[in-house]
Design a binder for this molecule. Structure first.
Ligand SMILES: NC(=O)c1ccc[n+]([C@@H]2O[C@H](COP(=O)([O-])OP(=O)(O)OC[C@H]3O[C@@H](n4cnc5c(N)ncnc54)[C@H](OP(=O)(O)O)[C@@H]3O)[C@@H](O)[C@H]2O)c1
Length: 193
């Protein structure tokens, strides 16, 4: 069984964006050192547009599949991008879109958890990236095997939580911690089951 990894950016106080989900205030921390980390260690998490702009054509290191909710996918659609991660297999959870805007983007309308379990059961050396946002992460919380949390040195006070889920303590084990000169840190946790 391969892993479902929630790879996400958040504030110190654990919000993935402002109350509407906007995380642009974090972008300023993606400096040369941190960008080098992202592009060498997690190149597949850079959008297709970002990869083109940066001239990156690196092979995927961790994930060959990405799952997004419509709230997250809409950010791309709104600027005319229908396949934001064309270098990966793309799945978008939506009940409002009935036809995929791009032939390589598969929509998931029914049984989100079941479909993600099927993806996890596929035979592949690479894992499945849960891109977000909050609402689908909340529904998939029990399927998450790994967290990679990029924490930017900002406090939001309130905003969009990492998970739109009910309260229940779930244990994770810290596997790796990377600290960058500008105060960004990246933690990788595995799920303790
Ligand atoms: N900080 C970060 O790293 C990061 C990463 C990703 C996203 N974000 C932010 O997260 C925000 C979006 O998060 P969100 O919580 O609002 O939305 P979301 O989780 O991305 O998507 C929610 C949408 O997914 C669809 N959906 C939800 N459950 C479903 C199910 N069981 N079956 C089928 N479709 C389902 C529905 O779409 P329909 O309404 O179409 O039915 C729902 O409106 C964005 O603003 C983005 O900026 C931040």
């Amino acid at each position: 069984m391969r892993k479902l990894t929630y790879f996400i950016a958040c504030s110190i106080d654990g919000f993935i964006g402002d109350p509407e989900g906007d995380a642009t205030s974090m972008y300023k921390f993606v400096d040369a050192q941190f960008l080098e980390f992202l592009t060498t260690e997690y190149p597949e998490t850079v959008s297709a547009q970002g990869r083109a702009e940066l001239g990156i054509d690196a092979e995927s290191k961790h994930y060959d599949t990405v799952v997004q909710g419509m709230g997250s996918y809409r950010l791309a659609l709104d600027v005319g991008i229908t396949s934001p991660y064309g270098h990966l297999r793309e799945f978008v959870a939506t009940r409002s879109l009935t036809e995929s805007p791009h032939p390589d983007v598969e929509l998931i309308a029914d049984d989100l958890v079941g479909r993600v379990r099927e993806l996890k059961a596929e035979d592949s050396p690479l894992d499945v990236w849960l891109c977000g946002g909050s609402r689908i992460a909340g529904q998939l919380i029990e399927e998450i095997d790994e967290l990679v949390i990029k924490t930017y040195p900002q406090v939001y006070g309130s905003g969009m939580p990492m998970f739109g889920a009910g309260f229940e303590p779930r244990d994770f084990e810290l596997e790796d911690l990377r600290v960058f000169d500008n105060g960004v840190f990246v933690r990788r946790y595995s799920r303790k089951r």
